[in-house]
Design a binder for this molecule. Structure first.
Ligand SMILES: Cc1ncc(C[n+]2csc(CCOP(=O)(O)OP(=O)(O)O)c2C)c(N)n1
Ligand SMILES: [Mg+2]
Length: 884
């Protein structure tokens, strides 16, 4: 800061400004500042950076909204919550070392949650849709403790914290999959909560703009850690919230200045840094730094020296003061300036220690939340200054290692009990008993009544929804027929399936295409005009292509979500829609279409969170396959997304070859998810290679869904030499070509199988294995694959455009000799023909593998295979593509 060369003049300017504030109000004052700023830039004066304000509370004392409730009663309730949270974690670890749990995070956040529960969070009981609350994962013990006091959870359930295998336990963190009536959002993978919350708020607006869900004044609250804000996902989408003016969104960032290993910004100020970032992104920022006990000191400090000192110290110092106590704070914080020492000369060290931080002061937190509720046209970020491990005293308050503290020794336990006035005698302390006053006690009645008035207890999740009817398969008649002469890709076929769905009378308005700036790549630009692209601002400009049929139409009631080059955002939008059946009682059918390489690989953790969230919808990995998307090279060519998809238990994945397969899979998917209410979502790959789409053979629907069906059998069923060829995706066309070569040139007949889902087949096979293991005396079950292939000795060749590991999975269920071809190694750009030769998945390698398998069985001579290698112009010393 530059030096003050004329303090008298400065004072005059400040007084003049004060007079404007007093007489004409804050709006006029802001206008004058605006004018001054504009004027200064005209004069070419460089202004100091203005996105941050001094290190003090945003809301001045005289503008603080008063908290209406009973402070003492609420403090008592909060103390009970704190105790039971601690007891639950300690007891869990007494029973079994190493089961884990956290208390320091919740200790710092207790007031932040309490004020929400007592005054702000609307529940979702009955017809109420309620607010959406993203609880910070590590604060889960505090939520369980509150639910216990409310009578929603039993002692036995608390005692089963983190013991979930027997079905009675409480999940370690918020997991809707494990507690479907309780937790709404998985948050413990840091950074996913904030981005999910932003898109929930965005989608909430979208649903109301389309008239599907009433707008109301629902809010999305997200509680996050200050350390968590280092995750790119946490802050990466905040500009969307600012731009979209999501006043329905509130972030509460618990700035306890610490993360797991140590300070978040020891040498800086995380609150100031975050203030700048959020303000710059168009958010309303409310800093809640100092508690009310500081107010009198700040009032007395007319010189501004106290605020100067507050601005000076870094977070490492602030943490140190709390760790070392009042005397240390006097010496090192106030002691820097004699005037400040003088300011606290009448205070004891204990009183200095009791100078509270804003996030621990119910009045300050209430005022911040109340102001956030009135925010108009902006999302709000509340930056609350707290102490990590608050109340743990010597056991870990503000210590670098407090994050992992799970128990207090008896001395610290006594101090904790005394500090929070829990009536448990010394002789019972060792077992850390829970403490719950009687149901009709003033405390319990108070907290239960508050929740009743606010629409029901929280956390709570709506698990059921009204079923929707899937269209009949006949609705997709065009996709079931042959395309005749026309060559089209499965991506095109998919777009047609989507168009048919959108026109469906029952469910058409629930279908939402989502794209991350790739609609044209996938041939979906026709939908821009037809459906409109959702924009909360409508279209305030004339698009240059407005006279064209397919112009770029943005619309307040637009259906398409075009999220820009932002896979994480688009996936979060998908997830918000895929859970709308629960969060908004409005089942939606989102289709997120992306480059398959930038799917699971890029947003894998969000996909995992989607499984946990019980999402319902379709993910479409377009332009899939290592050799099918040929020109784009190493970073684009996907040979493993099906392997990644298979890591998610409730994700069903399919690699369709033909448009009728796609139609069957999509129709069946809608029936499963929305009509039969099966808890799953779908991943489908589609390709950009054009070829003729055949008519659907009779009776193959069941096989398509299960993962394999016979596309055509051997022409001569009694032939001496026969193989089974299996293929998927566009490599299936190579299989068909290989069968021709084998028949015409080697008199080898082929049964040809389309392998629509290796993953589904293997899951079914493993389930049969498992059943057989557990029922040794009963008639064993046979995997579907084994049933289909029967007892013949003919070798099986599997070829896909994915890594060999994908096809290899079926080996345990194939009794015949089996050989797998796949695309291991990094992709590269070239023609499809060259790539398929390079990766050894083309017709020649398929035919070669069949011949080699027959030679291994002694059915043909090895020399035939050798000659085939020559004939197919394959270099036997060709380098392994895996290592190239
Ligand atoms: C993606 C991810 N990385 C790492 C962790 C492990 N982890 C759990 S809590 C924590 C520190 C949290 O610090 P902060 O966000 O400041 O929250 P606090 O506990 O201080 O409230 C870490 C690193 C995680 N849960 N998720
Ligand atoms: Mg922290």
């Amino acid at each position: 800061m530059t030096a003050d060369l004329d303090s008298l003049e400065t004072q005059e300017w400040l007084e003049a400004f004060d007079a404007i504030c007093r007489v004409q109000g804050s709006e006029r004052a802001a206008f004058i500042l605006d004018q001054l700023q504009e004027h200064a830039t005209q004069k070419g004066i460089q202004l100091p950076k203005s996105v941050t304000t001094p290190f003090r509370n945003t809301i001045p004392v005289n503008r603080q909204k008063a908290m209406p409730g009973d402070l003492f009663m609420e403090r008592r309730i909060r103390s009970l919550v704190r105790w039971n949270a601690l007891a639950m974690v300690m007891r869990a670890n007494q029973k079994s070392e190493g089961i884990g749990g956290h208390i320091a995070s919740f200790s710092s956040a207790a007031t932040l949650y309490d004020i929400g529960f007592n005054y702000f969070f609307r529940g979702n009981q009955g017809d109420n849709l309620g607010d959406l609350i993203f609880f910070q994962g590590h604060s889960a013990p505090g939520m369980y403790a509150r639910s216990f006091l409310e009578g929603r959870l039993s002692e036995q359930q608390l005692d089963n914290f983190r013991r979930e295998v027997d079905g009675q336990g409480l999940s370690s963190y918020p997991h809707p999959w494990l507690m479907p009536d309780y937790w709404q959002f998985p948050t413990v993978s840091m950074g996913l909560g904030p981005i999910q919350a932003i898109y929930q708020a965005h989608v909430m607006r979208y649903l109301s703009a389309r008239g599907l869900v009433p707008r109301e004044d629902r809010k999305v609250w997200a509680f996050l850690g200050d350390g968590e804000c280092d995750e790119p996902e946490s802050l990466g989408a905040i500009s969307l919230a600012g731009r979209e003016e999501l006043e329905n969104l509130v972030f509460v960032i618990n700035c306890n200045l610490q993360r797991l290993d140590g300070p978040v910004r020891g040498n800086g100020k995380i609150i100031q840094e975050l203030e700048g970032v959020f303000r710059g992104a168009g958010w309303n920022v409310i800093k809640v730094i100092w508690g009310r006990h500081w107010d009198a000191l700040l009032e007395k400090d007319t010189s501004g020296l106290l605020v100067k000192r507050m601005n000076e110290v870094c977070d490492g110092d602030l943490q140190n003061y709390k760790y070392n106590g009042g005397a240390y704070t006097r010496e090192h914080f106030f002691g820097k300036y004699p005037e400040l020492l003088d300011l606290v000369k009448d205070m004891t060290d204990d009183q200095i220690m009791a100078l509270n931080r804003g996030g621990h002061d119910p009045y300050k937190v209430y005022a911040a939340y109340a102001e956030a509720m009135e925010s108009s046209g902006k999302p709000t970020a509340i930056l609350a200054h707290t102490v990590k491990g608050y109340g743990l005293g010597g056991a870990g308050e503000a210590a670098n290692d407090t994050h992992s503290v799970k128990k207090l020794d008896i001395e610290n336990l006594k101090k904790f009990r005394d500090r929070f006035a829990i009536p448990i005698p010394d002789d019972q302390l060792a077992s850390v008993p829970y403490y719950r006053p009687a149901e009709d006690s003033p405390e319990i009645s108070y907290m239960v009544r508050r929740r009743e008035q606010l629409g029901g207890p929280l956390p709570a999740r709506r698990a059921s929804f009204e079923a929707m009817q899937a269209p009949a398969l006949e609705a997709f008649i065009k996709q079931l027929e042959s395309s005749g002469e026309r060559q089209i890709s499965t991506t095109m076929a998919f777009v047609r399936v989507l168009s048919t769905l959108i026109k469906d009378k029952n469910i058409g308005n629930r279908v939402v295409p989502i794209v991350p700036d790739e609609a044209r790549t996938f041939g979906m630009e026709g939908m821009f005009r037809q459906l409109g692209i959702y924009s909360s601002a409508g279209q305030q400009y004339v698009p240059h292509d407005h006279q064209q049929i397919m112009y770029y139409k943005e619309d307040k009631k637009g259906v398409i979500l075009e999220e820009g080059i932002n896979e994480a955002g688009a996936m979060s939008a998908w997830l918000a829609l895929a859970t709308a059946y629960s969060t908004s009682a409005c089942p939606m059918i989102p289709f997120y279409i992306f480059y398959s390489m930038f799917g699971f690989q890029r947003i894998g953790d969000l996909a995992w969170a989607s499984g946990d969230s019980q999402a319902r919808g379709f993910l479409i990995g377009a332009t899939a396959g290592r050799t099918t998307l040929n020109g784009e090279g190493l970073q684009h060519q996907d040979g493993h997304s099906h392997i990644l998809a298979n890591t998610i238990p409730n994700c069903k994945s399919y690699d369709a070859t033909f448009s009728y397969e796609l139609a069957v899979i999509v129709q069946n998917g809608i029936k499963c998810m929305y009509e039969d209410q099966e808890n799953c979502f779908y991943y489908l790959t589609t390709m950009n290679e054009n070829y003729v789409q055949p008519e659907m053979p009779k009776g193959v629907e069941e096989g398509i869904v299960k993962g394999m069906y016979q596309f055509c059998g051997a022409v001569d069923g009694d032939a001496k030499l026969k193989v089974s060829l299996m293929g998927a995706g566009t490599i299936f066309n190579e299989v068909l070509a290989a069968a021709e070569i084998l028949r015409q040139e080697y008199q080898v007949e082929s049964d040809i199988w389309s392998l629509t889902s290796v993953n589904q087949l293997v899951r079914e096979g493993q389930a049969a294995d498992r059943w057989n293991l557990l029922h040794p005396t009963e008639k064993p079950k046979t995997a579907y694959i084994s049933q289909q292939l029967g007892d013949s000795a003919d070798p099986v060749i599997v070829a896909t455009d994915y890594m060999k590991a994908y096809g290899e999975q079926i080996r345990p269920y194939v009794r015949q000799p089996m050989h797998v071809l796949g695309t291991d190694g990094y992709g590269r750009s070239d023609s499809r023909t060259a790539l398929r030769h390079f990766f050894e998945v083309d017709r020649h390698f398929i035919a070669l593998s069949a011949l080699k398998a027959l030679a291994d069985q002694g059915r043909i001579k090895a020399s035939v295979v050798e000659q085939a290698i020559k004939k197919f112009a394959i270099d036997p010393e060709k380098l392994n593509p895996l290592y190239q």
